[in-house]
Design a protein around this ligand. Structure first.
Ligand SMILES: C[S@@+](CC[C@H](N)C(=O)[O-])C[C@H]1O[C@@H](n2cnc3c(N)ncnc32)[C@H](O)[C@@H]1O
Length: 218
């Protein structure tokens, strides 16, 4: 039996949040506005510990060019943008004007609008239209789960050696274990199997929030 990650109950999660970097006033406002304006979809937003991880990772690898697939109200994009170098650029892919109008408002207030380009189109179209050179430093995949393998296959070859790809929801709320998986959980399960066999990357899966895969391009 190997050692396993801590199970976080409410109290331990609260402790983790109190002893990690707190969301600042603007991030808290973004979280609250998302819950108020989009109560039925707000749980799509990443957690504060994911946000600080994305910022830290962007800084650690000195990311200058990042790509996000699935932007929603902009919390993860804000986190990535804050970790980029001074000439850094972030390309965001989403299909919803309603969601991303909220994002634009907060990016403007955070002073990161200039470094973010938002493309409102199916992410696969946006990714396929990118140049083929391996120039991406950091990507975050967090959109429709059935598209994960296709997004991955557009992003991996365009990622520079040593660049990172972060993939969200890889535990699908535990539904990856179900014998009869729903479409989304099945797609995630297939993605997890696919990514593990992909010799172009080395990866680890972390039990943060709904599970993330952290992959490094060889
Ligand atoms: C889980 S949310 C992203 C959450 C976001 N990363 C955050 O931190 O708040 C998924 C997003 O993917 C977008 N989406 C769904 N299907 C898409 C597609 N085919 N192309 C681009 N975006 C898509 C949705 O509009 C939604 O905003």
């Amino acid at each position: 039996m190997t050692r396993k990650s801590a199970q976080l109950d409410e109290q331990l999660h609260e402790y983790l949040l109190r002893h990690g970097p707190r969301p600042d006033t603007l991030q808290l406002e973004l979280i609250e506005d998302t819950q108020r304006l989009l109560p039925d979809s707000a749980d799509m937003q990443i957690s504060p510990e994911q946000a600080s991880l994305l910022t830290l990772l962007a800084k650690a690898i000195r990311a200058e060019y990042a790509v996000e697939v699935g932007t929603f109200t902009g919390y993860s994009a804000l986190a990535i943008a804050r970790g980029l170098g001074k000439d850094g650029r972030l390309l965001c892919c989403d299909v919803s004007t309603e969601y991303t109008d909220v994002a634009r408002h907060f990016w403007h207030r955070a002073g990161v609008s200039e470094r973010i380009e938002l493309r409102l189109a199916p992410a696969l179209d946006t990714l396929r239209a990118l140049e083929n050179a391996a120039v991406i430093d950091l990507s975050f995949i967090d959109a429709d789960k059935t598209g994960y393998i296709a997004y991955w296959n557009e992003i991996v070859p365009r990622t520079r050696s040593g660049g990172f790809i972060v993939v969200d929801n890889v535990l699908a709320g535990g539904r990856v274990l179900h014998e009869r998986q729903d479409e989304s959980a099945h797609a995630i399960h297939e993605f997890n199997r696919y990514a593990l066999r992909d010799q172009r990357v080395e990866l680890t899966m972390l039990p943060i929030s709904d599970g993330i895969t952290l992959a490094r391009r060889r």
